[in-house]
Design a protein around this ligand. Structure first.
Ligand code: GLN
Length: 311
C-alpha cells in the first residue's frame, strides 16, 4: 500500500495556519457586545477551486457570523431581483475612503457604494421594498445557494446588534429622508441585522467566493445562483471598496477582490481561479481580520495571483 502525500496547496494552507497563529495583534469586535465572546485563538482557512475541490485547515468548520461579507451577495441579489437600473440609481459605485460605518453620503445624498453600511442598508431596503415580509427569507436562501447549503441565523448576535445598532439606525433614517429608502426603517434594519447574523464557516465562505469567481455558478453544486452581470459588477465594487478604507492598499498589494466582516471573516474571490475563506476574529483598526490579511498576502505572493499580473 502507498500513501498519497499531502497536496501542495494543503501544505501551503497548513504552513499559513502554523506561521500566522503566532500573530496575536488586533482585537475582537466589541461594539456588537455578543461578538466580543468570540474565541480569539480560533483560526480556520479554506480554499475552493473552480473544479469544486475544497481544501480546509484549522477551524474551518467553526461557525461565525457573516456580517459585512453578506454585502456583496445582497448587492448581487438586488441587481438580479430589481434590475440594475433601479439599484444603480439608488446606490453609487465609488470608493468612499471612509470606514465601513461612516454616516457620510455622496454629493447626491446617496450611499457611496454597496460595500459600506449605508449602501448595504439601502440594498436591503430595495429588496424589502419589493419583497416585503419575504425579504429576509429571500436573502437567506440566496446566501445558502452561494454556500451550497442552507444557512441559519445566530439569534444572539442578531439581538445584540439590534439592541445596540443606533449608528446604523441613524444611517437608515438619513437614507429615508433622502428618499433612498422608502420603507419602514425599523423593518429594513431588522432584515439588515438578520442578514449580518447569518452563520457561516470558513469553508462556506470559500465556496461562496468560488461561486463569485466562477461567474455565479457554484462549483460544488453546479447551480447558477445569479447572473454573470450581477456577479461581475459585484466583483467590481469588491475590488474598489471591499476592504473599506484599506481597499486601495489591498488591491495594490494583494490584487484579489475581497470582502471582510467584523465577525472575523475574509472572503477573497479571484475570477476564473479560486475562492478563499478565512476566519480569525482579531481585527485591525479598519475592521479587517489581522490573520486573514496575512493569509491573503501569502496566497497572492506564493502563487503569484495578483489579478493585474496575468498573461
Ligand atoms: N453588522 C455590522 C454593522 O453593520 C457589519 C459591519 C462589518 O462587518 N464591517 O456594523
Amino acid at each position: 500500500a502507498w500513501t498519497r502525500s499531502k497536496p501542495p496547496l494543503l501544505r501551503f494552507l497548513d504552513n499559513c495556519l502554523n506561521e500566522f497563529s503566532a500573530e496575536t495583534s488586533g482585537s475582537v469586535a466589541d461594539y456588537i457586545p455578543e461578538l466580543s465572546k468570540a474565541d480569539p485563538a480560533c483560526f480556520g482557512i479554506s480554499l475552493a477551486t473552480l473544479d469544486g475541490h475544497v481544501y480546509e485547515v484549522g477551524d474551518s468548520r467553526v461557525p461565525f457570523t457573516i456580517q459585512s461579507m453578506s454585502k456583496p451577495f445582497v448587492f448581487a441579489l438586488a441587481l438580479d431581483l430589481l434590475g440594475a437600473g433601479r439599484v444603480e440609481r439608488a446606490i453609487g459605485v465609488e470608493p468612499s475612503g471612509d470606514p465601513f460605518n461612516s454616516i457620510r453620503l455622496n454629493s447626491e445624498n446617496h450611499p457611496f457604494n454597496p460595500m459600506v453600511n449605508a449602501g448595504a442598508i439601502a440594498c436591503t431596503g430595495l429588496i424589502h421594498d419589493s419583497k416585503g415580509a419575504e425579504a429576509f427569507e429571500q436573502i437567506r436562501l440566496a446566501l445558502g445557494r452561494f454556500a451550497g447549503r442552507e444557512l441559519a441565523v445566530d439569534e444572539a448576535v442578531y439581538a445584540s446588534e439590534s439592541q445596540t445598532g443606533d449608528r446604523n439606525r441613524a444611517i437608515a433614517y438619513l437614507l429615508k429622508t433622502n428618499a433612498v429608502i422608502s420603507d419602514d426603517v425599523a423593518a429594513v434594519l431588522d432584515v439588515y441585522f438578520r442578514q449580518c447574523a447569518v452563520l457561516v464557516t470558513a469553508r462556506d465562505i470559500a465556496v461562496m467566493a468560488a461561486t463569485l469567481a466562477n461567474r455565479g455558478v457554484n462549483p460544488v453544486t453546479g447551480e447558477q445562483v445569479l447572473t454573470p452581470y450581477a456577479i461581475s459588477r459585484t466583483l467590481s465594487v469588491m475590488t474598489s471598496s471591499g476592504m473599506y478604507d484599506y481597499a486601495g492598499e489591498w488591491i495594490y498589494r494583494i490584487g484579489i477582490p475581497a470582502k471582510s466582516g467584523v465577525g472575523g471573516g475574509i472572503l477573497a474571490a479571484l475570477p476564473a481561479r479560486l475562492g478563499l475563506g478565512s476566519y480569525s476574529p482579531k481585527l485591525d483598526k479598519h475592521g479587517n481580520s489581522v490573520r486573514g490579511i496575512k493569509v491573503c498576502e501569502a496566497l497572492s505572493s506564493h502563487y503569484d495571483l495578483h489579478m493585474l499580473n496575468r498573461s
